[in-house]
Design a protein around this ligand. Structure first.
Ligand code: GDP
Length: 367
C-alpha cells in the first residue's frame, strides 16, 4: 500500500513515513475529500500538519479547524492524529478514527477526557532510577497503556547512578517485570548514552512511540540522544527531590533516524485514569492478571478484596502495596463510570432517590 499525492505544485511523497497505513486509508472514502496529513504539534487551536506535499519533505501546513469540528461532541485533533485538510484554506475538516489513544482524566474537577497522544504504537514509560522510581506509578502508567491500545515498554533511566545509589539493577528490572511479565523492561542511561539502541529495536519503520513519565526522568535527554542533536531544552534536576522543572510543555512529533516517529509528552504531575465508559474496569483487570486469577476463587463474585469472608486475594501472599494500588484505581474507575456512564448514573440516582424516600416515610423514632 502506498498513498501518493499528485497535484501540479506538489511532489509525490509517501505518507507511510509519517505512520500512514491501511487502517487510515480505509477511512478515506467515508468523508469529505481533502488531503490527509498527520498532526505533528498543536498550539492553542493551531495545528502543524505534515501532509507530505511540497518541496520540504514533510509539507508542513499551519492549520486551523473547521466550524463543524468546534461543535460539542466532535473529535478535536490531538498530536499524532491523522486528519483531512482542505488544503487551499488550511482547515482541518475531519479527524480520522484513532488506532490507539493515550488519555487521562483532566486534572480539574470536571470529568473530562484529555487526549495526550493519538495513534501511538509503543508507549515508553520512563522512570528515573533516582528518587522518581516508584513501582506504583509504573503500575498506573501500565493501566493507562493498556487502555490506550499501545504496547508498553518500561525504561529505567539513569542506570549510571545505580552504583552510586547502591541499587541492584538486575533485581529492580526483575521487580518491574513481575508487575507485568509480558512487557519489556530496559535499563538505560540517556546521559551516558548506554543501551539506547534498544529503543528503536522496539519499533518498525513508520511506527510511532511516545515518551511518558514525570518531569525530570530524562525524556528530553532520551529524545535528544536518539535524534542526534538537541531539540528540547533540558533542565537540571533539583538535588533536594530529584524533580526537574517543567520545561517540556508542548507535545511534538519527531521523525527519527531509521524511519520511526517519537513524541515527547510533557512531564505529568498527576495521572488520573480515563477509561471507556462502557468497560471501565476491563483494562485494570488486564493489567493485574495475578489479582484477577486469584479473584476467580473468592467466595463472592463481586468481592472487593477488603474484608469479605472467603476472599482468595487477601489470603494470598500478595504485595499489600500492589493490592492497595489496585483497589485505589478500582475506586477511581468506579467513580469515573458513575459519572460518565449515563445508564449507571441514572441507576445510582434512582437508588438514592428510593433510599431518601424510604427514610422520609420511616423517620427514625426518638428513643
Ligand atoms: P524530562 O523532564 O523528563 O524531559 O527530563 P530531562 O531530560 O530534562 O532530564 C532531567 C535531568 O536528568 C537533567 O539534568 C538530565 O541531565 C538528567 N538525566 C537525564 N538522563 C540521565 C541519565 O541517564 N543519567 C543521569 N545521571 N542523569 C540524567
Amino acid at each position: 500500500m502506498s498513498l501518493r499525492i499528485y497535484t501540479e505544485r506538489m511532489i509525490p511523497v509517501q505518507l507511510e513515513q509519517f505512520g500512514w497505513n491501511d487502517f487510515f486509508e480505509s477511512q478515506l472514502s467515508a468523508g469529505p475529500a481533502g488531503i490527509p496529513g498527520r498532526v505533528a504539534s498543536a498550539n492553542h487551536g493551531r495545528f502543524l500538519v505534515w501532509t507530505g506535499c511540497g518541496e520540504t519533505g514533510t509539507g508542513e501546513v499551519d492549520a486551523s479547524v473547521s466550524g463543524q469540528l468546534r461543535k460539542p461532541g466532535a473529535l478535536w485533533p490531538a498530536v499524532g492524529d491523522w486528519v483531512i485538510l482542505r488544503i487551499d484554506d488550511a482547515v482541518i475538516d475531519r479527524v480520522l478514527t484513532r488506532k490507539t489513544c493515550v488519555s487521562r482524566k483532566q486534572p480539574e474537577r470536571e470529568i473530562r477526557e484529555q487526549v495526550l497522544a493519538a495513534n501511538i504504537d509503543v508507549l515508553f514509560i520512563v522512570s528515573g532510577l533516582d528518587r522518581d522510581y516508584n513501582p506504583r506509578r509504573i503500575e498506573r502508567f501500565l493501566v493507562m497503556a493498556n487502555e490506550s491500545g499501545a504496547r508498553p515498554v518500561v525504561l529505567l533511566n539513569k542506570a549510571d547512578l545505580a552504583p552510586q545509589l547502591n541499587l541492584d539493577l538486575a533485581s529492580l528490572v526483575a521487580g518491574v517485570q513481575e508487575l507485568s511479565p509480558a512487557i519489556a523492561v530496559l535499563p538505560i542511561s540517556a546521559k551516558a548514552d548506554h543501551d539506547l539502541a534498544a529503543l528503536p529495536a522496539e519499533l518498525a519503520p513508520g511506527e510511532t512511540a511516545a515518551l511518558i513519565g514525570s518531569s525530570g526522568v530524562g525524556k528530553s535527554t532520551i529524545l535528544n540522544r536518539l535524534l542526534g542533536h538537541e531539540r528540547q531544552r533540558t533542565t537540571e534536576v533539583r538535588a533536594s527531590d530529584s524533580r526537574g522543572r517543567h520545561t517540556t510543555t508542548t507535545r511534538q512529533l519527531f521523525r527519527m533516524p531509521g524511519g520511526w516517529l517519537l513524541m515527547d509528552l510533557p512531564g505529568l504531575r498527576e495521572v488520573q485514569l480515563w477509561a471507556n465508559p462502557e468497560q471501565p474496569a476491563g483494562n485494570l483487570a488486564a493489567s493485574f492478571d495475578d489479582i484477577q486469577a486469584l479473584a476467580a476463587n473468592c467466595r463472592f463474585r463481586d468481592c472487593t478484596h477488603n474484608a469479605e469472608p472467603g476472599c482468595a486475594v487477601t489470603s494470598a501472599a500478595l504485595d499489600p502495596a500492589r493490592l492497595a494500588n489496585y483497589q485505589k484505581m478500582q475506586k477511581e474507575l468506579a467513580h469515573l463510570e458513575r459519572k460518565t456512564n449515563p445508564r449507571l448514573a441514572k441507576e445510582t440516582r434512582a437508588k438514592w432517590n428510593a433510599i431518601e424516600k424510604s427514610v422520609r416515610q420511616h423517620p427514625k423514632r426518638e428513643p
